[in-house]
Design a protein around this ligand. Structure first.
Ligand code: PMP
Length: 398
């Protein structure tokens, strides 16, 4: 049976982590990671989460099955973050939300649902995109294409190219968009640019699928939902995957959600019934713990306040690292433009380093980055910033 099974290609980032782990140098730094580290290089356990967990442990509950779409107190909390608690969409019962297994699981149930509804559609992802976008939509049976996104000249968005590619996409194509903190580039759209994307999606009958993996990591909870809100204002059906891996630092709990904005309450009820079939035949119903933590924190005003403070702390620390890196690079490599470092948002930055420069960073300095030149700014800290900046400056000077 298995004699001829070929070995699947290795995940390149896992290979990077292995090489990093085997490196004996004490000043090595791994910037290839995809998680937020605190200033001591550790994954934080948020105090709000610890407190909610302590309270839950003091009052343990039986673990019956959850509803297929997850518990209402959790899905409602997700909706409030995305749309704002006062959104008329919620009063009109036009939004379907189901708990997902992290952002990845939310994308996948969304992809599986869309395959039932628009089986012949193509999916468009940004060039470049989070590498799993292609895999998820191909695994759901779609053919995946790319729209232009990153402009290597400016370190920002090739907006004209993006719009031209979206305008050329066939009607009902599914357009995967990073709601904020684009992974891997850090280059985001402005609100005015979002408005243009909304208009193109409306005019060309495209299906937007917003990936919201970093709500609160760019500007703030509401500000980072601008894309969601602009699509909703336009009355366009939209799918949104949420992840609480980063903003609650709950990576291993696999907490996420899929929300779908429909046109009427009746449509929403039918869409939910189909989504429940997708979930039922996949993992039946979602796990309890992570979603209970998120729902508990968001429902309690003191814990919610604490979460917002801790989230702002993560956001501010990333910003400070961007400013620190930019200042050091500007001082060390005069005449070169590093404004992109602070213009980009979220955990990642496309540095413009070539594969050869990335290799040299690793070989000569023990600084590990992805071959594309992506670095995780959230892996920088006050202890390694000088080392990293000096090394990047050295490879840039050649
Ligand atoms: N989308 C994007 C853009 C991401 O960067 C990530 C995580 N790296 C995800 C989705 C998946 O999130 P999760 O870990 O919650 O599945």
């Amino acid at each position: 049976l298995f004699a001829n099974v070929p070995l699947a290609p290795r995940d390149p980032i896992l290979g990077l982590n292995e090489a990093y782990a085997a490196d004996p140098r004490s000043n090595k730094v791994n910037l290839g990671v995809g998680v937020y580290y605190d200033d001591n290089g550790k994954i934080p356990l948020l105090a709000c989460v610890r407190e909610a967990e302590t309270a839950m442990a003091a009052n343990p509950k039986p673990r019956g099955y959850q509803p297929i779409e997850g518990p209402a107190h959790y899905t409602t909390a997700v909706q409030h973050l995305l749309f704002g608690p006062q959104s008329p969409l919620l009063a009109e019962k036009r939004v379907v939300t189901a708990q997902g297994l992290g952002g990845t699981g939310a994308l996948r149930i969304g992809a599986d649902l869309l395959k039932r509804i628009v089986p012949d559609a193509s999916v468009y992802i940004s060039a470049p995109s989070w590498e799993n976008h292609r895999g998820i939509f191909e695994a759901a049976g779609f053919s995946v294409r790319e729209y232009r996104y990153f402009d290597a000249q400016t370190g920002g968005v090739d907006f004209a190219g993006m719009i031209a590619d979206l305008e050329a996409a066939p009607a009902h194509s599914i357009i995967v968009l990073h709601a904020c903190c684009h992974n891997p580039t850090g280059a985001d759209l402005t609100e005015a640019q979002w408005q243009t994307v909304v208009e193109v999606c409306r005019a060309k009958a495209l299906v937007p699928f917003l990936d919201m993996a970093y709500q609160g990591f760019a500007e703030g909870i509401d500000a980072d939902a601008v894309a969601v809100r602009r699509f909703c204002d336009a009355g366009i059906p939209v799918l949104i995957s949420s992840s609480f891996s980063k903003n609650f630092s709950l990576y291993g709990e696999r907490v996420g959600a899929l929300s779908i904005v429909t046109t009427t309450a009746d449509e929403a009820a039918r869409v939910l019934s189909q989504l429940k079939r997708v979930i039922r035949t996949n993992y039946s119903n979602p796990p309890t713990h992570g979603a209970a933590l998120v729902a508990t924190v968001l429902a309690d005003s003191a814990l919610r306040q604490q979460w917002e403070t801790e989230l702002a702390g993560m956001r501010d620390r990333i910003r400070a690292m961007r400013q620190g890196l930019r200042a050091r690079l500007e001082a060390a490599v005069p005449g070169r433009d590093f404004t992109f470092v602070t213009a980009q948002r979220g955990m990642f930055s496309y540095t413009g380093l070539t594969p050869e420069q990335v290799e040299r960073l690793q070989r000569d300095f023990g600084i590990y980055a992805v071959r594309s030149g992506r670095i995780c700014v959230a892996a920088l800290n006050s202890h390694n910033l000088d080392t990293v900046a000096d090394a990047i400056a050295a490879v840039l000077r050649g």
